[in-house]
Every structure is written in structure tokens, then in C-alpha cells.
Ligand binder design. Structure first.
Ligand SMILES: [Zn+2]
Length: 327
């Protein structure tokens, strides 16, 4: 545990089996209440670290509320370790419902990626094989349903000494929320802005232009006055304006790449992903393990759907498979 600002502590929770390696969990010590911001995978090492840190910081769980920036299990998995009958767990209504919704997923249904309707829709075939194992949303998740307190834009969480405002930054997930301490210019953006890592933007549903919404949320964050940006993974961000501009430029380049790929012929998300540049797994999509391919195709699809929202491309359907082409 290290103090990163007076009365704000960072605990690096290890994420076993995840390339992000660790989550930056934060504890804010207020005069009346304390607040934990994001938790980590539900794994024994992380659980022990978090509970030890709370004790070391002198924060009794009943006096300490929990703020979950978004539904992903590396943020929400340990909320059950610290939620009591007398404290609150805050999250957006969408992400809170999604976290509790995993308890209604039948594990068998999640076991085979091939059974995911998106598998065929994005252009995967039998030859790509299967992931095996359980659905990622079921691994390392919180052990029980949580009685969340829903928060939305402008809500205040006053700890005494620190007064946070809830800021909505949809994109990385539909309900991602950050916390802003206006008088101290402190921002906890969850995974909305990360240092050196490009947050994953993926396809959620046909009504949600994830990339378009994410770009708007980046501009919203850029316009805020921020001196301390406590990102949720690995590196903090020194200058958020520089970082936001890098992320915007990254997606501009990606969109140019995708436009070029579907200029002459209609392609599936799978085919588009195969033509894109990747900086992981050796860079060649066709050599990726199937789970990594699925992740890359989801990102390609978010860019394709954004072009449909912009009325630059059209979506064509043949059987269960979707193709995209520039208009
Ligand atoms: Zn995330």
C-alpha cells in the first residue's frame, strides 16, 4: 500500500491470469466515511491484500463504502469481500445490473464460445475452434448478488474532507462512471483513460455506438481540469490532455484502416480484424488463440458499427453472418 495523495492510498491487486497484471485499487480516507474505488478479481491473494490494506489504513468495512467504476470482473470481483449490511456499494444502474446478471447465466451456456451468437455473426467458423473453459464473466466474479446503490452523472459522494462527483464516461462499458474531486482536481476514470494501454472498445449491441460514445466521453474528460489522474491499471497519467489526444488519434488511425479494408468489398468483422495491425500476440491475427481473435473481432466490429452510425458504411446480412461495406 502506498499513499499517492494525502489520505488516498493505492493497493496493487494482482490479476492472476490477466495480461493487465494488476488493478490499482484506491482507498480514500474521509472524515466521516471512507471509500474504496474498484476492487480486483475475486482471487484469494487479492482478497487478503485488500482486507489487510483496509486494516492498515484504519478503515473498518462498516465505515467504508465501495465505488465500482464498471462491470468488468477485474474491478467488481472483490466487492463481496468488503460489502456489509451497513455500507454501500455504488455503481451505475446498467453496470450494477450486468454484474448481478451474471448469476442468471447458465454456466454451461457460457462454456462454449461457439454457442455465443456473435461467434457466427462476426464470421468465425468451426476451424477457429473453441475457447474451452468458462465464460470470462463467470471467472473471478463476485461470489453473490450485491445490493448496489445506483449512481448517475452529478451525484455527490461526500466523505467529509473529500467530496466526489460522479461523472459518466460511457464507451468502454455502457455504464462506466468515474469520480471527480473538483476542488483538488483529482479524477478516478476507471478504465476510461489508461496510461500506455489503449482501453478496449468492443461491440455491445446495435443501439449503442460504443466507439462514437467513447470518443465523446474522451472529449468530455479532456475538457475537465485535472491535476491527478489515478488510472485503474498500471501507470498513472501525467497529462490527461496529451493522453486523450493520443487515444483519439489512435481511433482515427483505426477508422482509416477499417475504411480502406471495406472500400472495395464487403467483409465480416473477422476478415476486417485479420487485415488490421495488432500490437499483441506477434501482431498476426490468424495466429492468435481463438479467445484473442474474438476480442480483436469485437474491437473491429465496434469500429465497423461506428461507420454505420456515421452513415459511411452499410451492414449486410447473409444468413447469420454480417458483412460491412463502405457506401
Ligand atoms: Zn475494464
Amino acid at each position: 500500500m502506498r499513499q499517492v495523495y494525502p489520505n488516498i492510498f493505492q493497493i496493487k491487486i494482482p490479476l492472476r491470469g490477466n495480461p493487465l497484471k494488476e488493478l490499482n485499487c484506491h482507498i480514500v480516507k474521509g472524515e466521516r466515511r471512507n471509500l474504496i474505488i474498484d476492487t480486483g478479481f475475486n482471487q484469494p491473494e487479492g482478497r487478503a491484500l485488500l482486507l489487510a490494506a483496509l486494516e492498515q489504513a484504519g478503515c473498518a468495512p462498516d465505515d467504508t463504502d465501495i465505488f465500482i467504476t464498471h462491470l468488468h470482473v477485474d474491478h467488481s470481483g472483490l466487492v463481496g469481500a468488503v460489502k456489509t449490511e451497513r455500507n454501500r456499494a455504488y455503481a451505475s444502474a446498467y453496470d450494477a445490473a450486468a454484474i448481478n446478471g451474471t448469476f442468471h447465466l447458465v454456466p454451461e451456456a457460457g462454456e462454449a464460445l461457439k454457442k455465443n451468437p456473435r461467434y457466427e455473426m462476426m464470421g468465425f467458423t468451426e476451424q477457429d475452434g473453441d475457447v474451452g473453459g468458462s465464460h470470462p464473466a463467470l471467472r473471478n466474479r463476485v461470489e453473490r448478488e450485491i445490493d448496489f446503490t445506483a449512481v448517475a452523472e452529478g451525484d455527490r459522494i461526500d466523505l467529509g474532507g473529500f467530496c466526489f462527483e460522479v461523472v459518466e464516461f460511457p464507451g468502454h462499458t455502457p455504464g462506466l462512471v468515474g469520480l471527480y474531486e473538483r476542488s483538488r482536481k483529482i479524477l478516478f476514470p476507471g478504465d476510461h483513460i489508461l496510461g500506455k494501454i489503449t482501453p478496449n472498445i468492443t461491440f455491445w449491441n446495435f443501439d449503442f455506438d460504443a466507439l462514437g460514445v467513447y470518443i465523446q466521453s474522451l472529449r468530455k474528460a479532456r475538457a475537465m481540469a485535472v491535476d491527478y489522474l489515478f488510472a485503474a491499471h498500471r501507470f498513472y497519467v501525467e497529462d490527461h490532455v496529451v493522453r486523450v489526444n493520443q487515444l483519439l488519434a489512435h481511433h482515427d488511425r483505426r477508422l482509416l484502416e477499417v475504411r480502406e479494408l471495406i472500400k472495395r468489398e464487403a467483409k465480416t468483422a473477422y476478415e476486417v480484424a485479420a487485415g488490421m495491425q495488432w500490437d499483441f500476440g506477434g501482431g498476426n491475427f490468424l495466429d492468435f488463440p481463438v479467445a484473442q481473435k474474438f476480442f480483436a473481432a469485437g474491437e473491429a466490429m465496434a469500429h465497423l458499427e461506428h461507420l454505420v452510425f456515421l452513415c459511411e458504411a452499410e451492414r449486410l446480412q447473409q444468413g447469420q453472418i454480417l458483412y460491412y461495406k463502405m457506401l
